[in-house]
Design a protein around this ligand. Structure first.
Ligand code: MLT
Length: 442
């Protein structure tokens, strides 16, 4: 086996992104830090040309570097297009490429190239490509590359969210494109991205709009709107007025402000309670529902007691006390083991939450109406999503809820807990995208 380490300053990285999955281009499963995820890079097949081969007539390790690059660009062309990086004002410069050569290939051979992302950093991506004979699957060569995103001056730049998300990385939660809208005395912060029919994404408790960062970054063909509810994230924190109907009315006023007549409403947990309330009060505004890790029932007497305890804890110990109590329940056990950075990310989000907003949300949830009688009235396309490891709103409840909604689909997400869009962003985004394809456009 020969082993060549090459430093290739300006080879461009081809990749295939989320859109590929939506267009039915094959994807394959990869293991990533013990967490089984789905890569959005497709396998591509390329043929070996005589001019690529050396004097012996075979494809050597240097030629494999070129072939791997060709495969990346092929993949890119089938997905978001070869101008993806330029669209975002960055260039993917390969700064390190190491080939492990296993077997020869000759002109006319068809080679299958698969890719997986190993690490997504702030400015760089490490990925591995594998080439095998299409005919018999024999491994021919592997390439490990490190790609740095640079600007026109050649300086490394922070990865734009859409590109990070496409690589399967965690998009940054910086409020890059956040705008603020007054909805009648309360100003809501809103992440708004894309064109097309509206998709309103409602976060759960005790979180904010960044829960949906991956979906906001990648659900192309929809106008993604992820607001902070009153009292959460970067929205105003009024001293009162926290009820589930008030949240629902805020959102309808937000749609009015944006001149949006109707939207698909996706709500996670408390966001689901709000989505049900929007259905109760404003159903003409809803063309589809995505109910994620949520339930229709009101709190039991015991549950209301726990809300009061949590309210007392928040008042006495601040947001950190809420984080301490909620964190073990919010994230699935697989996520807690395999994605410790997510535990810290969620802790940070909760600890930044304003206490009056937390208390208000707890009161609102404690006092909410049972929405179970509404389920049989839902006559728009509905998708129920649940993390298989969700302990707060477990899969059995999601199944029952889906069964009570005429025609609703149910998708369980392996390895995810209560915050499935954050814990398993790619599978959740994919099932949402498939569902959205079938929703009549408003
Ligand atoms: C949420 O995620 O919004 C909350 O866990 C919901 C609840 O506590 O009922």
């Amino acid at each position: 086996m020969s082993h060549a380490a090459l430093v290739l300053p300006q080879l461009a990285l081809g990749s295939l992104l989320y859109d590929a999955a939506l267009r039915g281009i094959p994807v394959f499963s990869v293991m990533n830090h013990g967490n089984d995820r789905v890569s959005l890079f497709p396998a591509v097949e390329v043929m070996v040309y005589p001019f690529e081969c050396d004097a012996f007539g075979h494809l050597n390790e240097a030629a494999f570097v070129q072939l791997f690059e060709r495969a990346r660009w092929d993949a890119l062309a089938r997905g978001p297009g070869q101008d993806l990086f330029r669209r975002h004002g960055v260039w993917p410069a390969v700064r390190r490429a190491v080939v492990d050569y296993h077997r020869p290939a000759f002109p006319g051979d068809v080679i299958r190239v698969e890719a997986e992302v190993e690490k997504v950093g702030r400015t760089s991506v490490t990925m591995r490509q594998r080439a095998s004979h299409a005919a018999d699957g024999q491994l021919l060569a592997e390439l490990e590359i490190v790609v740095v995103l640079i600007d026109r001056e050649g300086k490394p730049v922070a990865m734009p969210e859409a590109i990070a998300a496409a690589f399967g990385g965690r998009p940054s939660t910086r409020p890059g494109e956040t705008i603020r809208h007054d909805v009648g005395g309360v100003t809501l912060a809103l992440d708004s991205r894309g064109d097309g029919p509206a998709l309103l994404l409602l976060h759960g408790f005790p979180l904010d709009r960044t829960l949906w960062a991956h979906q906001v970054a990648t659900l192309s063909r929809w106008r993604r709107l992820a607001p902070d509810l009153r009292g959460a994230g970067a929205s105003d924190v009024p001293s009162g007025g926290y009820t589930i109907p008030a949240y629902a009315d805020d959102l309808v006023r937000l749609l009015d402000r944006l001149r949006i007549e109707r939207a698909v409403v996706a709500g996670l947990s408390m966001g689901g309670y709000v989505a049900f309330e929007m259905w109760r009060r404003h159903r003409a505004r809803i063309v589809g529902l995505i109910l994620v890790d949520t339930r229709s029932e009101a709190d039991t007497a015991e549950g209301r007691g726990r809300r009061d305890e949590m309210i007392a804890a928040a008042r006495a110990g601040g947001a950190a006390a809420v984080a301490e109590r909620m964190l073990p329940q919010l994230l699935g056990r697989s996520t807690q083991q395999a994605q410790p950075h997510l535990v810290e990310q969620v802790r940070g989000t909760i600890e930044r939450a304003p206490v009056p907003g937390l208390v208000g949300a707890l009161e609102a949830m404690r006092d909410r109406t049972d929405s179970t009688p509404l389920l049989s009235t839902i006559d728009v396309p509905t998708l129920v999503i649940v993390g298989e490891e969700d302990e707060l709103t477990p899969p059995a409840g999601a199944r029952a809820m889906a069964a009570a909604i005429p025609g609703a689909a149910l998708k369980a997400i392996p390895g995810a807990g209560h915050l499935s869009p954050l814990e398993a962003p790619t599978p959740v985004t994919r099932v949402m995208a498939e569902f959205l394809e079938a929703v009549p456009r408003p």
